[in-house]
Design a protein around this ligand. Sequence first.
Ligand code: AVJ
Length: 321
Amino acid sequence: RASTLLCAAESHETPERAAFRADVIEGLSASPKQLSPKYFYDEAGSRLFDLICRLPEYYPTRTELGVLKAHAGDIAAIAGPGASLVEFGSGSSVKVRLLLDALERPAAYVPIDISGPHMRAAVAALARDYPTVAMTPVEGDFTRPLELPHLGEGGRRIGFFPGSTIGNFTPSEAGVFLTHARQSLGEGAALVLGFDLPKERAVLEAAYDDHQGVTAAFNLNLLTRINRELGADFDLAAFHHRALFNEAESRIEMHLESRAAQTVRLDDARFTFVPGETIHTENSYKYAAPRLMGMAQAAGWRQGALWTDPRGWFAVAVLEA
Ligand code: AVJ
């Protein structure tokens, strides 16, 4: 009877919640323990990420915005009139405003994001400011193959993947994403891709371990979310935020480090930690431009324009189908 009740309770779970539960159990059972960064973005996590983007140490957002501002006219020329924009991981939809302002009569905007309520609030504000642009938000996980809504014929399809979100993938996952994006955007499309470049360790580590502790709160919020949505019993005070640059892999790694020996419960499962053991929560790869352009070419894209800021910290590439 107890197991019947449990099954009944579990069957009320949404498919998203069930996938989250399965991923968490699999990740915490692995050695080393790991969780996917896509789960950072619940309501609180999305808000914390917006705060990260304004931190003095977090250079990527403002550096990329500078590059996009400097070349918005170039992007508009590449897109041509009546283009449709498809953004992968649209978040608060701040950067796309630059493109919508620069483009000639943009026809449509298709934001894709895993954080539905956050995206819908952003799109509502955007729709007021750009009443002539058709807005078709897609709530979903773009790390899996997705069906794009039908877009009007005529204008060019422009994919937009800013913020170095591609750095969250492993290099082989990034290759798969680029191949899928090439297929779903179709013949004649372009992809505007923002990516963070390798640089001095101190600059990188400060960007992911800020003085105010916002990134630490963002990382720890993943445990809060697992407690709330899955009923686990993580003790937040028993974990510590860590960010380090793994130079051999050219990636920032974020971890949650256990301060002590402890056991965490989720459903029937128990996960034990030794002192100093970590959960690996995020990779943020830093690609040199030739490496990423090689990956794009292997995925069927031709390299178009490539722009960086004066310090050479962040790049925006235009890939052509
Ligand atoms: C959204 C994946 C681009 O890797 O820089 C920021 C996420 N994590 N601070 C990044 C993040 C910690 C961000 N991306």
